[in-house]
Ligand binder design. Sequence first.
Ligand SMILES: Nc1ncnc2c1ncn2[C@@H]1O[C@H](COP(=O)(O)OP(=O)(O)OP(=O)(O)O)[C@@H](O)[C@H]1O
Length: 477
Amino acid sequence: MDELALIWQNVTNYFKSELTEMIYNTWIGRLEPKSLENDVLTIHAPNEFTRNMINLKYADSMAKYLKSITSRDIKIYVTDPSMDNVEVSENDRENFDISSDETNAFNKDDLEKRNDESMVEDGLLKYDDSKDYKFEEIGLSDRYTFENFVAGKSNEFALSASIAVSKSPGRSFNPLFIYGGAGLGKTHLMHATAKAILERFPEKKVVYLSSESFTNELIRSINTRKNEEFRKKYRNIDVLLIDDIQFIAGKTGTQEEFFHTFNELYSNNKQIIISSDRPPKEIKTLEDRLVSRFEWGLIADIQKPDFETRVAILKNKVETEKIDIPEDVIEYIAMNVKVNIRELEGALLKVAAYKSLMKIENMNLDFAKEVLSKIISDTEEVEITIELIKNTIVSFYDLKENDLESKKRSKNIALPRQIGMYLSRKLTDLSLLKIASSFNRDHSTVIHGIDKIEDLVKTDNKVKDDIEKITEIIRSK
Ligand SMILES: Nc1ncnc2c1ncn2[C@@H]1O[C@H](COP(=O)(O)OP(=O)(O)OP(=O)(O)O)[C@@H](O)[C@H]1O
C-alpha cells in the first residue's frame, strides 16, 4: 500500500468513528484521494457544494488528525469538477462586486459564519427528485426547531411572526424581514420556519439559502449560460428564505435579479422571508426599491437576550445535550456572556468538554471560572468611555463633531448634550467634574442636565426610547 492509500485509509477510519453513517456517507465517503505531494493532500470532491462543506467542516479536523498520526503539517486541498472549467471574467466580478475567492469557493471565514446554509443547490435537486429527504440534505439543520427556540422578551415578536408565517405562508406577513445582531437566532428561526412549513405543507417548494449563495449561483448560471434555468428555479418556488441579505448590498447585478425574483414571487402570493443584521433602511447601498419592498411586510427584530432568557437557553441546552452542569455555573456563564448566543452556548460546551475529558465528577464554580477565563475576558464588553458615549450621540442625532462641547444652545444640540451627561454618569464611574470638563461645562450645569433627563425619561417616551437605543449601541461596541 502506498503512502496515499495508507493515509486515506486512516482518515476514512477516523471519520467513520467520529461521524454517523449518514453524515459520513454524505461527505467523506464521496471523496477521492488524488495525491500526496510536498505535504499537500489533494482530494477530489464530486461537486463544488461538497468541496465547500469539506473545507468548512472537515478539513481542519482532517489536518489535525493527520498531524497526530504523521507529526507532519499536511495541508488539505480539495478540488471539484467546477474548478476546471468555470472562469469568472473581470467584468462579472465588477458587476457583482465579488472577489475571486467568492467565485471559486466561499471564503472560509464567511462560510464558517454561515454554517451549513450554502447547501441549496444540491438541496433543491434532492428535494425535487424525491420527497423522501432529510432536512439536513436540503440545508436545514435538525437542531433548529421552534420547540427548542427559547422565547424571551428579546425575540418573542420575531418568533410569533415566524410561527404565524409557517402556518399560512404567503398569506400572513409577506415579506417577513427578521433582523438582529450576530448569533441572536435569525438562522435558527429561519430553519425552524422552513421545516415547519414543509411539515405542514409537504407539497410546497421551499428554498433556503444565504444571499451569498444566491449571488454565487447567479454568477455561475451566467457563466454557464443557464440564466433562464436560474430564473425559472427561483421564480417557481413557494417559499424563499434568504439569510443575511445585507451581503447583496452594493452588488448591482444581484440586486437586479433579486428584485425581479421578489416581484414575481410576491405577486403570486409566495412567501418571502429575509434575515439581516440590521433593518432594511440601514443597509447601505441597498437600492431604495428593495428597501421599500422589504418594508411592505412585517419587520421583526431580535434583541440581545436578558439574563433570564440566557439562563433559559443554557438550561434548554443542558437538557437536550444531557450535560450535567450545576446551577451556579450556568448562572455564572449567563451573567458573563451577554451578547451572542452562539458564544453563550460555546462557553457551556467548553465547560462540558473539560468536565468529560478530565473526568471530573463534580464540577464546581472555581473550575468553571478557570476553564472560561479566556472566553469570558474576550467577550467582556469594552470599557465605556465618555468619548464612546459622545461619538455615539453625535452620530445618532446627526450632529457635527464638536457640537456637544460647543456653546451652542439650540434644542437639537442642548438635549443630546444633556443626554450625553446623563449617560456618562450612568454608564461610567467618572466624577461630575470629569464629565463637566469633557463637555466643556461647569459641574452645576452637568447636575442640572442629569436632573432634567431623569425627569424626561419618566415623562417623554421619545427621550426614553432614544436613550435605550443609544445605550444599546454603546454596549454593543
Ligand atoms: N432563543 C434561542 N433559543 C435557543 N437557541 C438559540 C436561541 N437564539 C439563538 N440560539 C442558538 O444560538 C446559536 C446562534 O444562532 P443563529 O446562528 O441562529 O444566529 P444568527 O442570528 O443567524 O447569527 P449570524 O448573524 O452570526 O449568522 C445557534 O446555535 C442557535 O440555536
